[in-house]
Design a protein around this ligand. Structure first.
Ligand code: ADP
Ligand code: MG
Length: 261
């Protein structure tokens, strides 16, 4: 008898002893962690800790200098040839990038395209999805992020919070294994943050795997499962969120929390 539920589930993300330099400055020092499917992990730490760089390495927007990153069991940026690891071609890298969705602080929508075009372009170009199917999916995603009537708008006609929700819909359209969100609310006024936080919480409730850098307590404390706290390019704590907020182990964590509140 076969039982598919017994299939071992691969971790969504593994960072293993990752190091990264910018010139002579080492910004990631032996960073290791694992994100399991369905987990929401808040990647916290002071400015300059290396959080954005770590997210960019998972998406291969930055090349790492040591260690390995894998997404759903697949090494990022390298492929095996016999027992050797070879760097991937640019084409293979862009295919691999589609397994990781990324949402940026500054939204990064295509300004000359409507909301609908922003969402359907990559699925059609990269996944070769039929236009009608891509459009139907885009409408469903706009419904999910609470913008069912904005398909024909241009980004400039939307508030920051609406633009960020379109950016989330665009990332989801590629059906990524994991969604990385880099300070998704920090460019927004508090009242607009609120609607983006609501959207991210909906995704969390659906069991989406997410790794989020944020200073927003409503995300980090409100619904994250785990906190990875980074300082100076290193992981200082990697604990259940409740434990991080109730009994932080490190002096730097305590300082950080004092600032957040
Ligand atoms: P965080 O997101 O935690 O604030 P970053 O990952 O943005 O931290 O930056 C970590 C360190 O790397 C900082 O010292 C920053 O100045 C440096 N850094 C980031 N990107 C670059 C880059 N492209 N070139 C040189 N240094 C960089
Ligand atoms: Mg950052």
């Amino acid at each position: 008898m076969t039982n598919t539920s017994e299939k071992p589930t691969l971790p969504a993300v593994i960072a293993n002893a990752v190091s990264k330099y910018f010139g002579s400055l080492q910004v990631l020092k032996n960073v290791s962690f694992t994100v399991q499917p369905g987990e929401v992990v808040a990647l916290l730490g002071p400015s300059g800790a290396g959080k954005s760089t770590m997210l960019r390495c998972i998406n291969h927007l930055e090349k790492i200098d040591g260690g390995q990153v894998s997404v759903h069991g697949e090494l990022i940026g390298y492929q095996r040839q016999g027992d050797r690891l070879m760097e991937m071609s640019d084409k293979r890298i862009s295919e691999q990038r589609t397994t990781v969705g990324m949402v940026f602080q500054s939204f990064n929508l295509f300004r000359h395209m409507t909301v609908l075009e922003n969402i359907i372009t990559a699925p059609m170009m990269v996944h070769k999805r039929e236009k009608a199917e891509a459009i139907a999916q885009a409408h469903a995603l706009l419904q999910k992020v609470g913008l069912p009537d904005k398909a024909s708008f241009y980004p400039s006609q939307l508030s920051g919070g609406q633009q960020q929700r379109v950016a989330i819909a665009r990332a989801l359209a590629m059906e990524p294994e994991v969604l990385l969100l880099d300070e998704p609310t920090s460019a927004l006024d508090p009242e607009l943050s609120h609607e983006v936080i609501g959207t991210i919480k909906t995704l969390a409730d659906e069991g989406r795997t997410m790794l989020i850098t944020t200073h927003e307590m409503a995300i980090a404390r409100g619904f994250s499962d785990r906190v990875i706290f980074m300082v100076d390019g290193e992981v200082a704590e990697d604990v259940p969120a409740k434990q991080f907020f109730e009994s932080p182990q490190h002096e730097r964590s305590r300082q950080f929390l004092a600032q957040m509140e």
